[in-house]
Each structure stands twice: as C-alpha cells, then as structure tokens.
Ligand binder design. Structure first.
Ligand code: ATP
Length: 461
C-alpha cells in the first residue's frame, strides 16, 4: 500500500486533501492522471450499463434531498456502525471489525450481542487495542454514519428541525425520480435507472487510502420489475456485472462472490463482488448486487403519499415494482485498477515500476517525444505528430530529460505507447513506437501511425 500511495502522489493520481493545512482525514483529491483514470472507469461503466442497453435510463440527481427521504429509507433511524475507543492511544475502531479479527462473525448483529462478545473477550483477557496493545477499551456504542448539513437556514442555527443530510448513497435520488421518469419517458417494466454521483458517510475508521473515505462516488443501478421475475433477473444481473469486470481486464481469479447470510429484512438475496487487493492484503468488497423487494418504492409511497405503483396493461395487475440493485464504488474500482496494474520488473539490474493498465482505462494512451530537445527540426516534427494524434487519443508531448527518463515517467503513469521522432524521421518519415509491456520498439511509417495505434490499442467494446 505504501508504494501505491507514494506513486499516486508522486505521479499526480491522488493527493491527500488540504495538505497545506495539515491534511483532512479520510478525504482525497484526484490529480490530473487520477481524474483521467476515474473518468475512464466511469465511462466504461456508463457504456455497459446505459449506452449499450435499451432498458436503462440515466439520471443525475442532487446530493441534497428532502430530509424525509432518509427517514423513509431507514437511514436516519439505523444507519449506524458500532464503535469502540481505546482510552490509551485514543484510536477508534469498528467493533464488528474488532470481533471479526477474533474470528467472531459480527456483521449487522445487535449492539447488545456485540457488547456481550466484547465482554467475554475482556473477561478472557484477550481483548487488546490493535494499535497500542492496551486492554483499556470502551464498550461499543452506535455511531451514525449520516453526515448533517444546513441549507436555507443559518449555519449557527443548525438544529434537529432544520437539518438536511448529505446523501449516504446515490440510489435515493433514483427512487424519488422514479415517478417523474415514468411520467416523462413512459418506460415499460422491466427497466432500470442508473446514476453516478457523490455520497457521504461519517465512517468511523478510514485508514485504507481511497478504499474507505467519508466522501466517495457510487455508480448505482436500480432495475424495476414484477416480483415474479426477481430470481431470474437477479442471476442475470450477477452474470452481467461479472462480465463487466472481465471486459475491463480484471482476471477472473482476482475476483469472487461473497454471499450475505444475514440479510436486511426486506432483501431476498445479497452478494458482493470482492477483489483480491494485494495492497490491502486480501479480498474486499467492491460491489453489491441486491434483491431489495418493493421496500424502497413502498416506503417512499408511504411517507410521501405519492402513488408509485405500476399498472401492467397485459395482465391488468397493479403492483409496486420490485428492485434488483447493482451498486459499486468508483473509488474502490480506482484502487482496484491501480492495485492490479502495479508491477515491478527487474530490467538490467534496475527496478522498473510500470502501471500495466488495460488500454481502455489508461489515463494517457500515447506519448510523443522528440529525440533531442535542442534540435528544432525534431521538436517541430514531434509536435506535428502530437497535434495530429491528440485529435484521436489522449496524448502527451514530452521533451524533458533524456529518453530513458521519459519512458520511466510514462511507464509509471501507464501509457501503452511512446513514439520517438528522431533524425531518420526527417528523411524516411518513420517513427519509433515503443510498447509499454514488452518494451519492444518498432519503426512505423507516419502515414500508418493512426491505423497502427487504432489496431494495437484495445479499447472497450
Ligand atoms: P462496507 O461494508 O465496506 O462499509 P457497504 O456494504 O456499506 O460497504 P454499500 O452500502 O453496499 O457498502 O455501498 C455500495 C458500494 O459503495 C460498496 O460496495 C463500495 O464500493 C462503495 N462504498 C461504500 N462505502 C464506501 C466508502 N466509505 N468509501 C468508498 N466506497 C464506499
């Protein structure tokens, strides 16, 4: 993890937030290459989930919603994690994670059970702080993950009556715009709505770089359907999402399914896709696929008074649509891509660090260099090549340092191809193209360059 964090900062992928003020915990900013990589992952998801389908509609709803939204969804009442503190080193932990480190399954169990288990460990003198080893730990208490704000009322008058929440998940916006979408676009069931956006959670512990942060992005899709179709659709969505990981270049042996044994009371099925993070030491959740029943629309219908039922013309049946949801964190996918791409190779006794991104996700596709910076004829020709290529590919021009240093920099940001304009180019109109993964170089005619790159760059399809 240290290597990834350092590379991400050094090469402008991810910066700690507010660093000049000493930093701001569990929040990160994305630099130039990070923003490009994140956009590519986002686009790959949108293409698969919206652009290439006829049955999914897009949405971009606001972060702030009517506060009753989160009462209806159950978040205000029970979106909590159990927290314990170490009185010696003042570190804070998720009590369920602490119990899991002792092999005790504690996901979604009542706080009383958690405290009983903690008490048992304390009694057996086994309960110790995972940071400092002290035995002086508090008992567990619930910690709400909801982030509060004020809107339309003065900040200094923030009270329970005028509080608004920053959404803890993006799908709330989809449920609230289900009716307008039906009225405006008249989709027939089954159909889905998808959106990408920011979500906020007051995470108790967030020490895993961009894996768990307090501000993050989700890409969520809610598929509305008749309850008789849930089983088939659920399996179908699991298969579709699995295929997406393969399509973006994730080897199947790096991901697995985790089936939830304990389900929310309204859910009939829940599986997570987990990725085996080298940087986090094992499999961790990146995406959830859930069968949520009619809970969401039924709750919002109840709390708002709106009719969110659907009338099926063919059977003359009226019902509240059920939902299969797919929900993935963009920042976790980002970390997965870096984790998967990070490679160290021994080249002539030196370590080469290279990010072997799948071509479709690489932030920059092609870099163009003049062999020498101080030869205007080479620089002019190289800039012409660059200006030509950037119309088609995300492209960079680089004339800093020597060729070796430029290759090293492009390897570290994962650029698949580097093109060098040299003295031969001026006479025979060919350039050297160097492949990131094999480091092999080929001479290619300038007139063939675009079709060569188009053929070599495996972009998403
Ligand atoms: P976890 O158990 O890791 O806290 P979760 O089960 O609460 O995650 P969901 O509510 O199902 O997560 O959210 C769907 C997805 O959103 C997750 O699979 C994850 O990719 C992403 N996500 C959730 N919380 C965070 C966070 N704090 N930081 C980054 N991504 C997150």
């Amino acid at each position: 993890m240290e290597q990834l964090v350092s590379l991400c900062k050094r090469r402008g992928f991810v910066f700690p937030s507010s660093e000049i003020y000493g930093g701001f915990a569990a929040i990160y900013d994305y630099g130039h290459y990070g923003a490009l990589l994140k956009n590519n992952i986002r686009d790959a998801w949108w293409k698969h989930m919206v652009q290439w389908r006829e049955d999914i509609l897009g949405l971009d709803s606001a972060i702030f919603m009517h506060p009753t939204t989160w009462v209806a969804s159950g978040h205000v009442g029970s979106f909590d994690d159990p927290q314990i503190d170490c009185r010696t080193c003042k570190n804070r932990f998720r009590a369920d994670h602490v119990l899991e480190s002792y092999g005790i399954e504690a996901d979604k169990v009542p706080i009383e059970t958690i405290n009983a288990e903690l008490e048992r460990l304390r009694h057996e003198k086994k309960l110790v702080c995972q940071v400092c080893g002290s035995k002086d730990l508090t008992s567990a208490k619930q910690f709400s993950l909801m982030v509060k704000s004020n809107l339309g009322s003065p900040t200094n008058e923030l009270s329970e009556e005028n509080v608004v929440y920053l959404r803890p998940e993006t799908c709330g916006g989809i449920y609230l715009q289900y009716k307008n979408t039906m009225d405006a676009l008249h989709p027939k069931l089954p159909f889905g709505m998808a959106q990408i956006g920011k979500a906020f959670r007051n995470e108790i512990v967030a020490r895993q770089f961009v894996f768990r942060t307090r501000e993050f992005e989700q890409m969520e899709m809610q598929y509305f359907h008749h309850p008789s179709m849930t089983k088939a659709l659920y399996e179908n969505w699991r298969a579709t999402r699995w295929e997406w990981y393969k399509a973006i270049g994730v080897p199947e042996q790096k991901i697995r399914w985790h089936k939830h044994e304990k389900l929310a009371h309204y859910a009939s099925e829940a599986h997570d896709i987990e990725y085996n993070f080298a940087s986090l030491g094992g499999f961790k959740e990146i995406e959830g696929v859930h069968a949520r029943g009619d809970w969401d629309l039924a709750q919002h219908a109840k709390f708002s008074g709106a009719d969110l039922s659907y009338f099926e013309e063919t059977t003359k049946e009226r019902f509240v649509p059920h939902i299969v949801e797919t929900s993935v964190g963009l920042n976790r996918l980002f970390l997965m891509c870096i984790d998967l791409a990070y490679t160290e190779e021994d080249v002539d006794g030196e370590t080469r660090v290279v990010l072997k991104f799948p071509h479709a996700l690489a932030p920059v596709k092609v870099a163009v260099f003049p062999l020498l910076k101080n030869k205007p004829e080479l620089v002019v020709q190289a800039r012409n090549v660059y200006v030509d290529l950037r119309k088609q590919f995300l492209c960079e021009f680089d004339d800093h340092g020597n060729i070796g240093k430029r290759y090293r920099r492009q390897d570290e940001i994962g650029t698949p191809f580097c093109i060098t304009v040299d003295f031969d180019t001026l006479t025979d109109q060919t350039v050297t193209v160097r492949d990131r993964d094999t480091m092999k170089q080929e001479r290619i005619a300038l007139s063939e360059l675009i079709s060569y790159l188009n053929q070599k760059l495996c972009l998403l399809s």
